[in-house]
Design a protein around this ligand. Structure first.
Ligand code: PEP
Ligand code: CO
Length: 461
C-alpha cells in the first residue's frame, strides 16, 4: 500500500501544466507566428477563469452517482461551435431542448439527469486528414473556429492565435447566458409547458411532451395545495444545474486556462467543467493525455472500436489512478451493429478489474456516412440502434448504462436523415448549417429522449 502511494506521488510530481510540451502532440496546428502565439497565451493566462473549481467538484460528485448507477448523463450540443452561428436564440434553443429531454428522461426513467452542454468552448476539431482537396486545389483542413476558418481559401486556413481570444470571449458570453437560464427562472419547472419549441410543435413527440408537462404541472399544483409554495419550493424545482464540456484538444489554450484552486491547491482547467480526450488523441504517452491527467476536473475518454481491453485499462490507470468515482467517464462510440462485439469485452474487463467509471454512449461518431448528395450525414435509425445496443450490452453485463453524448441543436436543421419527419438525402441541402458533423434537430433529439426514457423505465421495472 505504502509503495502504491509512493508511486502515485512520484508520477504526479512529474506533472506541470506545461509537461505536455515534451510529449508527442497530435492534431495541434502549426502556428506560423510563434511570437503571436506566446503573446496570446499570456493574455489568456491573465483572464478570469470561465468556471470555478467548486463547480467542477460538484459535477464530479454527480458523475460519481452515475458511476454507481444512481444517475444518468445527458451531454449534447454542436459538433463545433462557430463564430458565425453565435447568438442568444441558438444558445436558448439548444439549452431548451436539453431541458426538455432531461425532463422526459427524469420522468420516464425516475432517475436524476446530469446535464452537460457541448457549449461555451467546443471549438477545436481533430481531423482525419491534414489537408482538404476541392476541385484540384489542396489546402490545410479546417480545424475549428478557434484555429482557422472554414472558408476554402489559403488565407482563411492559416492558423491564427488571435482566434483563441475570440473563442474565450464567446465562451464567456455563452456561459453567462447559460448560467442566467439555469439559475434565473427560465428552468423553473412551472414553466415546463413554455419550453415547447416552435419547430417541434405538431409532432407526435410534441403531443407526448405536452401530456407529460400537464402531469408534472398537476403534481406541482398538488404540492402547492399541500402548502409547499414560494420559498419553501425546493430549489431543484426553480433552478437547474447545467455544466459545460468540450474536447481537450488545443493544449496552448487549455494550459493558459489552468488555475490553482485556492481551497485545495489543486490544478483545474477552468475553460470548462468537464474535458474529454478525443478518439484520435487517446494515446497514453501523448500530450493530450499527459495534460488532462494532472487537472482535477472530471474527465471523459472517447472509446473507439479499435480499443483493446489492455489499452483501456492502461488509460484508466493513467487518468484515474486512485479509482475515484466521478473522475472518469468512458464515452463509447462504436457504430451501430458493432456495440455488442466491441463494447462487451471492455465493459466486462473494467468490471473485473474493479474500476469505477461511468459508461456513456456516443451514438454519433461511429455512424457518419456520405449521402449520395455528397453531404456528410448520419441516419437517425443507426443512431437509435447504437443507443439500444448500448442498453442491451449493459443489461447483459449487469452494469449501468450511464448516459448519452449527442451532437444536436435546438434548430430545425436537416443534417441527419430519418426521424419522424423522415428527412431524406435530397432534403439535406435545405437547412444544412453545421460547421463539422451533422447534428440531430430538435424533433429528432426529443424522439431520442423518449426512447431512452423507455429503456430507463425498463431497468426500473
Ligand atoms: C467529437 O466528439 O466531436 C469527436 C471528434 O469525437 P471522436 O473523438 O469520438 O471522433
Ligand atoms: Co463531431
Amino acid at each position: 500500500m505504502a509503495q502504491e502511494i509512493k508511486k502515485e506521488q512520484n508520477t504526479m510530481s512529474d506533472w506541470t501544466p506545461d509537461s505536455w510540451r515534451s510529449k508527442e502532440a497530435l492534431q495541434l496546428p502549426n502556428y506560423p507566428d510563434q511570437m503571436k502565439l506566446r503573446e496570446t497565451e499570456e493574455i489568456i493566462r491573465a483572464m478570469p477563469p470561465l468556471v470555478f473549481a467548486g463547480e467542477a467538484r460538484r459535477l464530479k460528485e454527480h458523475l460519481g452517482k452515475v458511476a454507481k448507477g444512481e444517475a444518468f448523463v445527458l451531454q449534447g450540443g454542436d459538433c463545433a461551435e462557430s463564430f458565425a452561428e453565435f447568438g442568444a436564440i441558438k444558445i436558448r434553443d439548444t439549452f431548451r431542448v436539453l431541458l426538455q429531454m432531461a425532463i422526459v428522461m427524469t420522468y420516464g426513467g425516475s432517475i436524476p439527469i446530469v446535464k452537460m452542454g457541448r457549449m461555451a468552448g467546443q471549438f477545436a476539431k481533430p481531423r482525419s486528414s491534414d489537408n482538404e482537396t476541392k476541385d484540384g486545389v489542396t489546402l490545410p483542413s479546417y480545424r475549428g473556429d478557434i484555429i482557422n476558418s472554414l472558408e476554402f481559401t489559403e488565407e482563411a486556413r492559416i492558423p491564427s492565435p488571435k482566434r483563441m481570444l475570440r473563442a474565450y470571449n464567446q465562451s464567456a458570453a455563452t456561459l453567462n447566458l447559460l448560467r442566467a437560464f439555469a439559475k434565473g427562472g427560465y428552468a423553473d419547472l412551472h414553466k415546463i409547458a413554455k419550453w415547447q419549441l416552435d419547430s417541434t410543435h405538431n409532432t407526435a413527440q410534441a403531443k407526448r411532451y405536452e401530456e407529460l408537462s400537464e402531469r408534472i404541472t398537476d403534481a406541482l399544483r398538488f404540492m402547492e395545495a399541500c402548502g409547499i409554495t414560494g420559498d419553501q419550493m425546493p430549489e431543484v424545482i426553480r433552478e437547474t444545474e447545467f455544466y459545460t464540456c468540450h474536447e481537450a484538444l488545443l493544449l496552448p489554450y487549455e494550459e493558459a486556462l489552468v488555475r490553482t484552486d485556492s481551497i485545495t491547491g489543486d490544478y483545474y482547467d477552468c475553460s470548462a467543467h468537464f474535458l474529454w480526450i478525443g478518439a484520435r488523441t487517446n494515446q497514453a504517452e501523448n500530450a493530450q493525455v499527459e495534460f488532462v491527467r494532472g487537472i482535477k476536473n472530471p474527465l471523459g475518454l472517447k472509446v473507439p472500436p479499435g480499443t483493446s481491453p489492455d489499452d483501456l485499462i492502461r488509460l484508466i490507470d493513467t487518468l484515474n489512478p486512485e479509482n475515484e468515482a466521478g473522475r472518469l467517464t468512458l464515452i463509447a462510440r462504436m457504430g451501430a451493429g458493432n456495440v455488442v462485439e466491441k463494447l462487451s469485452p471492455l465493459v466486462r474487463r473494467v468490471k473485473e478489474e474493479g474500476l469505477t467509471v461511468a459508461w456513456v454512449c456516443d451514438p454519433m461518431h461511429g455512424n457518419v456516412e456520405t449521402a449520395e448528395s455528397g453531404y456528410k450525414t448520419r441516419r437517425f435509425e443507426n443512431i437509435l440502434a447504437e443507443v439500444n445496443e448500448f442498453f442491451d450490452v449493459h443489461k447483459a453485463e449487469g452494469t449501468h448504462p450511464g448516459g448519452v453524448h449527442l451532437e444536436m441543436t435546438g434548430q430545425d436543421v436537416t443534417e441527419c436523415t430519418g426521424g419522424l419527419y423522415d428527412i431524406k438525402d435530397e432534403d439535406l441541402s435545405n437547412r444544412y448549417h453545421t460547421h463539422c458533423d451533422p447534428r440531430l434537430n430538435a424533433s429528432q433529439a426529443l424522439e431520442m429522449a423518449f426512447l431512452i426514457a423507455d429503456r430507463l423505465k425498463e431497468i426500473r421495472n
